[in-house]
Design a protein around this ligand. Structure first.
Ligand code: SF4
Ligand code: SF4
Length: 442
């Protein structure tokens, strides 16, 4: 296995042409926003405002629910209309703060640049990152300050920025790398200080050569000695473990974390948010979202206030086509199908993809023909065919022995299966049951 790649993987159609050349536009502010307490991995946030409260843009409306948690902020100024369960992209209603927008965008604080932000001590930098509600913006939504707080016995030597954006259709990170180049590098500089990493690498798939060139040019101008590496286009190149393997040829042990092998991985969008949080005290109140697919009339890359309902967002893109049939939050490989367009954009919403009836038509499942394609492409070296069969027979102990918990839910196995077996669905269920058993046992 050579450097710059990883075992397994697939080459789905890229479909990025719809938006890759479209600059990021500000999305108009919606009449109201819905801020759910669950927008990250970890403990849900807790509302700290009540119906009738006046809030300003960037004001905290939920406090963090613990160390592995972050607060949420008002993404518009206005009046709290309700604190109640509302539709959520996960499919289950979630407690949310609903704010009627007064259209003024009155800021909560002064969010201008502090020139000496690099002099701040590491503890204060981490505090600012948590207080600003920053989570991984690649879609995983893991609280960033936690990733930047490795235990004392885990020495970090390499900080990796993920600019792979390997999910088909999505171009939000591509545009950010072209349009917010300096902020990405400044955010990386902050995170290198926090982790103590001596080496900084940005990994970008070779279908975004313009972004790699822009980052190299700006890094040279700023005298920041980071390596910008272009990688072959292969899905799931942007998955943390696969990116580490490709860039530094290290393997994260089963059940382990990147910090176990001296690495921290962050997304390029997260780097921008970190810069704004630390250098400008600016909380995370908006993110770039790619709205795309044949089912939407005018695909766009938009800077969207968090909490904007998908229905409003789609209206800003000309609305749905007549044959639109399925709306997905995220990309086609790992995204979540939406049952309500009243669900809001959350911190992990990298894209909204609309498929037509023809594209979304379910494929009829047939019997496994033991072709082993699913095994060949699994980037985690698992046996999806066997795992699927074990799940069907509810053999949870054996499912665990076959390392179901290592599955990164990339969908590569299901993509290549000629029998159209929904392997990811089966394996996700297997993971759920094994985790449930582990919780019971402890
Ligand atoms: S088993 Fe999991 S990690 Fe392997 S290809 Fe399937 S979804 Fe990806
Ligand atoms: S790809 Fe599908 S048909 Fe082939 S072995 Fe795997 S589960 Fe069976």
């Amino acid at each position: 296995m050579s450097r710059n790649t990883f075992p397994g993987g697939i080459h789905p159609p890229e479909c990025k042409h719809l938006t890759e050349r479209l600059p990021i536009e500000p999305c108009p502010s919606p009449p109201f926003v819905v801020i759910p307490v669950v927008q990250h991995i970890g403990a849900p946030a807790r509302p700290i405002v009540e119906k009738g409260a006046q809030v300003r843009l960037g004001e905290p409306v939920c406090e963090s629910g613990g160390f592995v948690s972050v607060p949420c902020h008002a993404s518009v100024s206005g009046t709290v209309e309700a604190v109640e369960n509302r539709p959520h992209p996960s499919g289950t209603p979630v407690l949310s703060v609903v704010i009627a927008n007064d259209g003024q965008n009155t800021p909560y604080a002064d969010f201008s640049l502090e020139k000496d932000y690099l002099e701040l001590d590491v503890k204060e930098i981490r505090r600012r990152i948590q207080a600003a509600g920053i989570v991984g913006l690649g879609g995983a939504a893991f609280p960033t300050h936690v990733k930047l707080s490795p235990p004392a016995d885990k020495k970090i030597d390499t900080l990796i920025l993920n600019g792979a954006e390997c999910e088909p259709f999505l171009t939000a990170d591509h545009r950010l790398m072209l349009e917010q180049t300096e902020k990405i590098l400044r955010g990386m500089q902050i995170m290198m200080k926090v982790t103590g990493a001596a080496t900084g690498i940005i990994g970008i798939e070779s279908n975004k050569k313009d972004a790699a060139a822009a980052l190299r040019k700006k890094a040279a101008e700023l005298n920041l000695p980071y390596r910008i590496v272009t990688l072959p286009v292969k899905y799931p190149q942007g998955a943390e473990k696969q990116l580490i393997k490709a860039l530094v040829d290290r393997r994260v042990p089963a059940g382990g974390l990147p910090m176990d092998i001296g690495c921290v991985v962050q997304n390029v969008g997260t780097a921008v948010a970190v810069y704004e949080a630390v250098a400008m005290n600016r909380p995370l109140t908006a993110r770039v979202v790619t709205v795309t697919g044949s089912g939407v009339r005018q695909p766009k890359n938009l800077l969207v206030p968090l909490g904007t309902p998908f229905s409003f967002l789609l209206e800003q893109c000309g609305g749905l086509t007549e044959d639109a049939a399925k709306v997905i939050m995220g990309g086609p490989m790992m995204g979540i199908a939406q049952s309500s367009l009243e669900a809001p954009v959350i911190k992990g919403t990298s894209g909204v993809l609309v498929l037509t009836a023809k594209e979304a038509a379910p494929r009829r499942e047939s019997t496994c023909i033991s072709c082993a394609h699913c095994i060949d492409v699994c980037p985690m070296g698992l046996m999806p065919k066997v795992l699927g069969q074990l799940v069907r027979h509810e053999r949870w102990e054996t499912v665990k022995e076959y390392n179901v918990l290592d599955c990164i839910e990339c969908g590569s196995c299901a993509f290549v299966c000629p029998a159209h077996i929904n392997l990811v669905h089966l394996i996700k269920y297997g993971k759920f049951r094994v985790i449930q058993q582990q919780k019971k046992a402890s």
